[in-house]
Design a protein around this ligand. Structure first.
Ligand code: TRP
Length: 381
């Protein structure tokens, strides 16, 4: 019987070759392969997850930099709960050490972590089946970073597209050592629990390629070819990139975000202020009318319809008709989530206990992995 690891796609890359124009072509080739492979993985999960949960063990995560918004909900949160319910063994890392890769302070870290747990639980992640934990509470995970760092070159890290983008956005501020190396830390997140599946957006694919390289190199260099770390695979989100309500990148500071925790009234006000245009006829035209198309995409994802179908239904209803449909779609779909979230928020001790239990479970797993790593490296004295 084939398994996830033996039916690997012929991914052609070592990340070391992804630079320049040739790198772009290669990036889209990798993307195409990952997309095809993701469809296969989805089918395999449907067929086999309940009988063999560890085969599809999954890890995903979020940086606790602020509240989760509708983009998170549509692109990842819903999907995590769906996979968990299919029987996939699930780990979710609240990546607190990743917060300080690109900023000077941790911000409201405690409240942000608490808020993430609330949204996970409200979205249907079940702490009995899903391990929710933070980096900072799992020392053995962090220690894996040391041997892993020995397996990558500084040139490879400097070529990482995410690191390069963040550097470009930093406006010339110096690049911290943690920013440069955080893809390796992310590899430790993924590998400490031997996860096989990593649901990600396209932007995270280079991190996954690096993780795969680290797994391979560890096995070859330090484990005499034994498979201490299986190579994980990306499960790509099919949700397109969603924009804020002004048609530009979602960003808390621009006030263009619909947060999961917002009230129905706040949501209505945010959508009322959304950027549209004055054409009465609503059409789905991502190039010509990006802001309108974005609202149609959000409504379509929530209503499980194509954006074109939503546009047809609104017809000549204009911006007002569009906003009414989007507001209803958001508020109705999120009503249950928001009610559950509000309920859970009344019991902060419970939320803390979920995190403590998840941290304890993650520590057990990480301790075992680190023990193996030390043993194969001849470092158990
Ligand atoms: N870098 C991811 C993000 O910014 C968060 C994250 C941290 C993650 N560790 C991970 C995602 C491991 C997948 C797997 O969204």
């Amino acid at each position: 019987m084939s398994t996830v690891t033996t039916t690997e796609p012929p991914v052609p890359t070592d990340p070391s070759s992804s630079a320049g124009p040739a790198g772009d072509a290669e990036e889209s080739a990798t993307y195409a392969v990952s997309r095809d492979r993701s469809a296969v993985l989805d089918a395999l999960i449907d067929e086999h997850a309940s009988e063999d949960p560890t085969r599809f063990r999954m890890l995903t995560g979020d940086r606790p930099t602020g509240p989760l918004h509708i983009g998170h909900y549509l692109a990842s949160l819903r999907n995590r709960a769906r996979l968990q319910d299919k029987g996939v063994e699930t780990f979710v890392v609240i990546a607190d050490y990743q917060v300080i890769t690109d900023r000077d302070s941790v911000g409201e870290i405690g409240a942000n972590v608490h808020g993430l747990v609330l949204d996970y639980l409200a979205a249907g992640l079940d702490p009995a089946r899903t391990t929710i934990f933070t980096h900072s509470a799992v020392p053995a995970l962090n220690q894996l970073m040391l041997p892993f760092l020995s397996l990558v070159t500084d040139a490879e890290l400097r070529r990482n597209p995410t690191v390069k983008d963040e550097l470009a956005l930093s406006g010339g501020r110096p690049l911290s050592g943690l920013l440069l190396t955080y893809p390796v830390h992310q590899a430790a997140d993924i590998l400490f629990c031997h996860s096989r599946i990593v649901p990600v957006g396209r932007d995270q694919l280079p991190h996954l390629e690096l993780t795969r390289a680290i797994a391979r190199r560890f096995n070859t260099r330090y484990a005499a070819g034994q498979s201490v770390f299986p190579e994980p695979e990306a499960l790509l989100s099919e949700v397109p990139l969603l924009l804020g309500t002004d048609g530009t990148k979602m960003s808390k500071s621009k006030g263009n975000v619909i947060n999961l925790r917002d009230t129905a009234d706040e949501t209505a006000a945010r959508i009322r202020a959304a950027r549209t245009d004055s054409e009465r006829r609503i059409t789905f035209d991502p190039n010509g009318r990006p802001a309108v198309a974005n609202l149609l995409t959000i409504a379509g994802l929530l209503l499980d319809e194509s954006p074109e179908a939503v546009a047809d239904r609104i017809g000549d209803g204009g911006a007002q008709g569009l906003k009414r449909v989007v507001t209803e779609a958001v508020n109705e779909t999120l009503a249950e989530h928001r009610a559950r979230r509000a309920d859970l928020a009344r019991d902060p001790a419970y939320v803390t206990s979920v995190l403590h239990e998840g941290n304890a479970r993650a520590c057990e797993v990480a301790d075992r992995t680190l023990a193996t790593v030390r043993a194969v490296m001849g470092m158990s004295y």
